[in-house]
Design a protein around this ligand. Structure first.
Ligand SMILES: Nc1ncnc2c1ncn2[C@@H]1O[C@H](COP(=O)(O)OP(=O)(O)O)[C@@H](O)[C@H]1O
Ligand SMILES: [Mg+2]
Length: 354
């Protein structure tokens, strides 16, 4: 009869198909149970958005095929999201803070931020969505829900009280936006210090609770908000959204160089609105030449606009909308890039003010 220890020893050196390191090194093997009816191997994934379950199962079954007396082999998966947990100093219990940016507006940045949040939630993660696009906060409109954040008083251990903001929970995602605090059509001119204060308050004074991922919809272009955020906490990284046209790609290049300057890790590029109208492939080419991961393309599709306009963006994951597989693919790629970057840069990125 084989032993649990013996089986796990055989599996330790198998390579994880997504990350390319061994299951042992990644500490993914959590045990094995051998019974006369068969063997179950327990594997813990670094994110519930992990896309390679079948490949791990096949690799483990093949590795144990020559071992006698194990019977049929199955794999039981659990997932515990890994993260940098960098928000501790400001009381944030979020494993990974991900910024979504673009060189210019109108390319689908908010659509990507919102679908990233709802896709990761659909795949099993706990997720928050922060609309930091102070110039055009569109997240409340896209996610719908209609509620408003509440302010509650918290009593600190020393007896002082402080106001805390409770995010609006819409379809299982905790949402906060400047749009909840502004009247429609209210134009706001943000001066630097005010903007810095507002963003800081959103991050510090909101009761996010414990989250696997906090997705931040950044204002287009400028680096101010990304700078503020990276001064407060270490971002897991930024995702750049662009459309396939050459002009849009030039704007994306500017955004990429801006993130590089402020030392925010680039998780990858998403091509949005791929199709007959704008073309396809430009973003992937840019990703290759810039040495940045390509996170996938999202087709231009009426349902994406319609659901966003109706405040039902989350519903893109509830039915067989043609966009669904593309959106889930993007979420999986993003989650894996976050997991990989944790291995290559386990320490906090430090920010140099230029
Ligand atoms: N893949 C897509 N297919 C169709 N319409 C899209 C797609 N992505 C975004 N849109 C639409 O384009 C408009 C701009 O998108 P939005 O996410 O608000 O851009 P941004 O935040 O960059 O300004 C919205 O009306 C949105 O519904
Ligand atoms: Mg937007």
């Amino acid at each position: 009869m084989p032993t649990e220890f013996g089986l796990l020893e055989r599996l330790r050196r198998l390579n994880d198909p997504e990350i390319g390191r061994s299951l042992g090194e990644l500490d993914m093997l959590k045990g094995a149970t051998i019974t006369p009816a068969g063997t179950t191997v327990r594997v813990e994934l670094p994110t519930p958005a992990y896309p390679g379950r079948e490949r791990i199962t096949t690799a483990i079954q093949q590795a144990l095929a020559e071992v006698s007396d194990v019977g049929p082999v199955s794999v039981a998966f659990t997932a515990v999201t890994k993260g940098k947990n960098t928000g501790g100093s400001i009381g944030l219990k979020v494993k990974n803070v991900v910024a979504v940016g673009s060189g210019k507006g109108g390319v689908g940045k908010s659509t990507v931020a919102a679908t990233l949040a709802y896709g990761l939630k659909t795949l099993g993660a706990s997720v928050g969505l922060m609309d930091a696009d102070v110039y055009g906060p569109s997240i409340p409109h896209m996610v719908g829900g209609g509620g408003l954040p509440a302010a509650v008083k918290h009593t600190l251990p020393n007896g002082e009280t402080m106001d805390r903001i409770v995010p609006v929970e819409v379809d299982g995602v905790k949402v906060i936006s400047m749009g909840y605090f502004l009247k429609p059509d209210q134009a706001v001119i943000w001066r630097g210090p005010l903007l810095h204060r507002a963003i800081t308050q959103f991050l510090k004074d909101t009761d996010w609770g414990e989250l696997d991922y906090l997705i931040i919809d950044l204002p287009p272009g400028t680096g101010d908000v990304s700078l503020t955020i990276s001064q407060l906490l270490g971002l897991a990284g930024a995702i750049v959204v662009c459309t396939p046209q050459q002009v849009a790609l030039l704007d994306a290049l500017k955004a990429i160089s801006m993130y590089r300057q402020v030392k925010i890790p680039l998780l990858g590029i998403v091509e949005n609105m791929t199709g007959e109208i704008f073309g396809r492939g430009g973003a992937q080419q840019t990703a290759i030449t810039q040495g940045i991961p390509f996170l996938g393309e999202i087709p231009i599709e009426a349902q994406i606009r319609v659901r966003g306009d109706e405040g039902r963006i989350a519903s893109l994951f509830n039915d067989d909308s043609p966009a669904r597989p593309h959106l889930l693919h993007m979420c999986q790629r993003a989650a894996m890039e976050i997991a990989k970057s944790l291995l290559s840069t386990p320490s906090l990125p430090t920010l140099e003010i230029l």
